[in-house]
Design a protein around this ligand. Structure first.
Ligand code: SF4
Length: 233
């Protein structure tokens, strides 16, 4: 299928989710790390009551608060969450050779850890899908300013990548959460706007970029873990 990606730019998040369900059924999957944007999408998916898959990557280094939110989602919405884990042998070898905090020593080491704990499990998850849905927004930082709502994913062909909240502001996300009583990770109330693995995420100061707390020891242009590379133009 050849997509005219600009045709989707006027569609609302719910319209894009409905289109994903109609087009791909359970072969469309929301990749969720249970951040605020993902929680908005989960709430919308539950209300649309369609067959979309919801999956997550358990890196083994997540915050306890994130696991608690996953269980709240299960009980509130009654949705199945497919959980993918890293390859046990690769994690064991990494830790034996380089210890538990090798990712602080260099960008290469950090990307190695992200590859083992996130990218390889993501590739396995995506191998079961035809389209993946993300909570990416254009205002989330310098690496995301130009993401389309729908694109052919050059990093994972022939997958279609759908970003229903691409044009939403942080305020729109917050308003949806409040108006719809959507559960969120309690860490957001402790100044964590973007939550990843526990040792690689810290709270941000007032006025800082919302992804400033992710891999804070690196330059901003390096701050993607390989899950979402910049779209080619
Ligand atoms: S975010 Fe940190 S702990 Fe998590 S996979 Fe990447 S480097 Fe490893």
């Amino acid at each position: 299928m050849t997509l005219q990606t600009k045709d989707f730019e006027a569609k609302s998040p719910e319209e894009l989710l409905r289109w994903s369900m109609d087009q791909y059924g359970d072969k469309a999957g929301l990749a969720s790390s249970f951040g605020m944007e993902d929680m908005v999408l989960i709430d919308m998916i539950a209300k649309l009551n369609g067959p979309l898959t919801i999956f997550t990557l358990d890196t083994g280094r997540l915050h306890e608060e994130t696991y608690e939110l996953m269980d709240r989602v299960r009980s509130k919405y009654g949705l199945e969450i497919k959980t993918y884990f890293p390859d046990r042998n690769k994690v064991e070898n990494l830790v034996r050779e380089k210890g538990f905090f090798s990712f602080r020593e260099s960008v290469d080491n950090r990307k190695e850890c992200c590859y083992i704990r996130k990218v390889e499990p993501l590739n396995r998850a995506l191998g079961e899908l035809k389209a993946w849905i993300t909570g990416l927004r254009r205002s989330q930082g310098v690496t995301r300013t130009d993401i389309p709502k729908v694109l052919e994913d050059a990093d994972h062909p022939p997958l279609i990548k759908i970003n229903p909240l691409a044009e939403w502001s942080e305020e729109q996300v917050m308003n949806y959460i409040i108006e719809n009583n959507v559960p969120i990770n309690i860490l957001h109330k402790r100044n964590y706007p973007s939550i990843g693995c526990a040792p690689c995420t810290r709270p941000v100061e007032h006025g800082e970029d919302i992804r400033a707390g992710r891999w804070w020891w690196e330059n901003p242009e390096h701050k993607e873990c390989g899950l979402h590379n910049r779209p080619a133009h």
